[in-house]
Design a protein around this ligand. Sequence first.
Ligand code: CP
Ligand code: NVA
Length: 303
Amino acid sequence: MSLRHFRTLDDLSSEELTTILDGADALKAARGKMTFPRPLEGKTVAIVLEKASTRTRLSFEVGIHELGAMPTTLIAKDTQMGRGEPLEDTARMLSGYVHGVVYRTFGHEKVETLCEYASVPIINGLSDDYHPCQLLADMQTVREAKGRLEGLTVAWIGDGNNMAHSWMLASAKAGFSLRIASPEGYQVKPSIVEAAKRMGAQLTFTEDPKEAAAGADVITTDVWASMGQEEEQKAREAAFAGFQVDGALMARAADDAIFLHCLPAHRGEEVSAEVMDSEASWVWAEAENRLHAQKALLVHLLG
Ligand code: CP
Ligand code: NVA
């Protein structure tokens, strides 16, 4: 098989996405059983982190181990990367040691550079523009809750960030419609909107969270200030006033609507404690599904 990367959801066809989500369900069901598959026996996968991580690091480390491979995590600032070794050289060097690399970074172009110079599969573990691994888990969770993705309505309430961009590509790949409510100045990138629309995404935009939430099957949000935007926290809190997912907003959604959040969450900012800890909140299943969905992805790319 030719070299495959996972930079964004556009690296998968809709059929491949379904195969991965089905695989994730099967791996979840098989976990802990004697028949548990170990298709990556003898391999090694590096996890290279330029930003903080709890879930991505842990779910990949555990998943890689459970598939029979060895994970090795590099905190980039503690390596020669942190002292200026070129990414191009790092890509070539890593390719000589490991069978795949999970990479979390800032500018998305750095993911592209790593892919260009590496000869092993690269998985985007979050960039400033995309978080595709999270969307695999989110789509697995929606399927568990709703039995399908196609035809549903998802409402994104909040920042036009890496998660919002990935939901847009997911709409194109999985056939649900996506409403995005963001305050002025914090909308998704127009270039990614155009790309998602060309791929077939069903998108509508508003500055009114209530309009986005009306009758929706899934309500989802994320922090107001992402990693790298810490200094904008105060300004963002002001800009996002009125964008909290609270009980009143959830009441506008479908009766059986679920709430998703990639985590970490800030109760009292983008989501109220009431919603975060409600019956409608599927965030813990969503976090667990990172493990299963990424294992299915690893099997697809490295198996
Ligand atoms: N959702 C997510 O990617 O979490 P971490 O930042 O903890 O990896
Ligand atoms: N948008 C958030 C997601 C964290 C998992 C960030 O980039 O910090």
